[in-house]
Write a protein that binds this ligand. Structure first.
Ligand code: GLC
Length: 639
């Protein structure tokens, strides 16, 4: 308790007694969760106790600096801890410049977001990147400044406040695995300062890099080979998992942990409510392993969470770990850390399965793969999405493929062929991203609409094909909206924006075809959103109707159990959701033909008798086989 007294006499001195008491309560509540992971990481270091005291003082400083309005919002969140799990949550993801020019421009677009029913806005990287190529802003040189052309940190805080007024939460990226080589820490390291060299992984020769490279995966094999870069100027090999200009941070050094925590709380105090923690799987290196998903990477996240809960308990941590299913679930917390790691994580497996089912027109792999995934802790949620700014990597395991009679390798090849447009007769138009000749792995770039067939159909002026493409787009969204996590709509998908190859004109972007699906918002096209006869209007209105339906269906709360079920029709995906608010059977037909789910199967699942389709607000005739139109979907609830 000595430390607490010191804090009250120190950083918390000017605060009202009640505010000090709140801090003391949180401190007591979270201290065990702070100490468990931090001991695991750093207890062996000399001066561990003194370092921990400094760290907690940093947290107390952040609490004292937290604006009153945000502290009040924290209280609201603490009293309503499931706020992000509720069915009225709806996310939107965009690049601020591509969506609206600047941060002020984004504020002007709030009415558009409201029209869609958005309550959560993820603005893609906006902290000051290195000049020139910056991996879409994922190479940050200053975490406390906003990218010049977007505005200032004050603009960001102001935008967050405007969003709060409209009950929307702001999410931004925190690139915590690496910095740009232009970051001040990296600059000092380059100048030879040993203190800052220890912020990164730097080696005088190839001995260690060679050993590590025996087991680590190459993430961007087309950009550069290997995970290390040699710099002649200071004669060192530096760990660079992604691009040459992105230097991996060394979290074995507690100073790095402290710096990142400080940045986190600084951003939270600007009004950021969700931090998307980038590339968290890579945050700890261990010789002889793939250096991904190490127990220490989880400990870092758990410590971040417990410490931020003391200063800013309204803050959510979102894990970006695009890893296979068994490694993915633990980011939401396991064992003692259940509900105590990240609150939300991208469900990349579900996303991949949606596209896999669409290509195959069958749902066996998706049903099986999702059945294999363990349930997640009650106070966490998946992020369900159809597309994002990144490529699609075919996270299909050999075991899951084999279980449904597929060969994993061949199936992944088929999917790459199908979506890159090579497969005979495919409707999809995408591009191959990062072909790895050693493994034959090929990932896919392309916008939702182009991958779903809209681009080819429009080019050919084929109305029937356009109709099918629209149905595919809406089907995929109907499933992310009903999955039971927080759904994310990716900018432009609501009006069916196609691939955009204008990035080829910009030398800083031309080498990375992920820009194909990072278009500028087409506001002229968006004008058509109310014209239900246009393709764009049809997509927009269908999605808006589904979003409204979702908000009116409390049984879609993320906490409810969701179980993929066999529908006795190989083309129809089924998801059974059981919640205190009721039971739902979500159905999606992945075939371009009408399909039937037999009545006896519906009855077995408890869906006989009169039912309501919440997705279209219609009554379903009871006691009969259920006909589902091509790419049709239903959210069934018993009347
Ligand atoms: C994440 C981002 C991706 C970026 C990478 C490196 O995976 O989503 O766009 O290239 O991290 O920062």
């Amino acid at each position: 308790m000595q430390l607490l007294e010191q804090l009250i006499a120190g950083p918390l001195r000017g605060m009202e007694q009640l505010e000090q008491q709140i801090f003391a309560l949180r401190f007591a509540q979270h201290l065990p969760d702070v100490e468990r992971p931090l001991r695991q990481l750093y207890a062996h270091l000399p001066n561990y106790d003194a370092w921990l005291e400094k760290l907690i003082t940093l947290v107390a400083n952040a609490y004292a600096a937290r604006p009153a309005e945000l502290r009040q919002r924290d209280l609201r969140r603490v009293h309503e801890p499931d706020w992000f799990q509720q069915s009225d949550m709806m996310g939107y993801v965009c690049y601020p410049d591509r969506f609206a020019g600047t941060l002020r421009g984004v504020a002007e677009k709030i009415p558009y977001l409201k029209e869609l029913g958005i309550t959560y806005l993820h603005l893609m990287p906006l902290l000051k990147p290195r000049p020139g190529a910056s991996d879409g802003g994922y190479a940050v040189m200053d975490y406390r400044q906003v990218r010049d052309d977007l505005g200032t940190m004050d603009d960001l805080a102001h935008l967050a406040a405007q969003l709060r007024q409209e009950d929307m939460s702001l999410c931004i990226d925190l690139v915590c695995n690496h910095t740009a080589k232009e970051h001040a820490w990296a600059q000092k390291a380059q100048a030879g300062d040993p203190e800052y060299q220890n912020y990164y992984f730097m080696y005088p020769n190839r001995t260690m890099p060679d050993q590590y490279e025996r087991t680590v995966r190459e993430i961007f094999p087309e950009f550069k080979s290997g995970s290390f870069t040699y710099y002649e100027a200071f004669d060192r090999w530096v760990w660079t998992t992604f691009n040459e200009f992105q230097w991996d941070l060394n979290y074995a050094n507690p100073a790095v942990f402290g710096e990142m925590l400080d940045i986190m709380l600084f951003l939270a105090n600007q009004g950021v409510e969700v931090l998307r923690l980038d590339a968290v799987a890579f945050m700890w290196k261990r010789l002889g392993t793939d250096c991904e998903n190490q127990p220490e990477a989880h400990a870092i996240l758990q410590a971040f969470r417990a410490l931020s809960r003391i200063a800013a308990p309204g803050l959510l941590l979102k894990a970006e770990a695009i890893v296979p299913p068994p490694q993915l679930v633990p980011y939401l917390g396991q064992g003692l850390a259940a509900n105590k790691e990240c609150e939300v994580a991208y469900h990349n497996v579900f996303m991949v399965m949606l596209w896999s089912s669409l290509a195959e027109q069958q749902v066996a792999l998706m049903t099986h793969a999702l059945q294999q995934m363990p349930a997640i802790p009650s106070r966490t949620s998946w992020l369900a999405y159809v597309r994002c700014h990144d490529d699609i990597g075919w996270a299909v395991t050999e075991e899951n493929a084999a279980a449904v009679g597929l060969n994993g390798y061949l199936h992944r090849s088929f999917l790459s062929d199908f979506y890159s447009g090579r497969f005979p007769g495919t409707y999809a138009r995408g591009a191959t991203f990062q072909f790895n000749p050693r493994t034959n792995d090929r990932r896919i770039s392309g916008s939702c609409a182009s991958l779903a067939g809209l681009e080819v159909a429009m080019e050919q002026q084929d109305w029937a094909a356009m109709d099918l493409a629209v149905r595919r787009i809406v089907l995929l969204h109907s499933l992310i909206l009903a999955f039971g996590g927080l759904p994310l709509l990716y900018m432009g998908d609501e009006i069916g924006l196609l691939n955009d190859d204008s990035y080829l004109q910009d030398p800083n972007l031309a080498g990375d075809n992920r820009w194909l699906h990072r278009p500028m918002m087409d506001w002229e096209l968006a004008e058509k959103r109310h014209d239900g006869l246009s393709v764009n209007g049809r997509i927009f209105q269908s999605l808006r109707r589904l979003i409204t339906a979702r908000k009116q269906t409390p049984a879609l709360h993320a906490e409810a159990a969701a179980r993929p079920v066999w529908t006795h029709n190989i083309h129809v995906f089924g998801l059974l959701r059981e919640s205190p608010h009721g039971r739902l059977l979500i159905l999606g037909n992945f075939s371009d033909h009408a399909q039937t789910v037999p009545f006896y199967r519906l009855a077995e699942l408890g869906f006989d008798g009169p039912m309501r389709n919440k997705a279209a607000d219609e009554t379903i005739p009871a006691w009969a086989d259920l006909q589902i139109e091509p790419y049709g979907y239903l959210w069934l609830e018993k009347e």
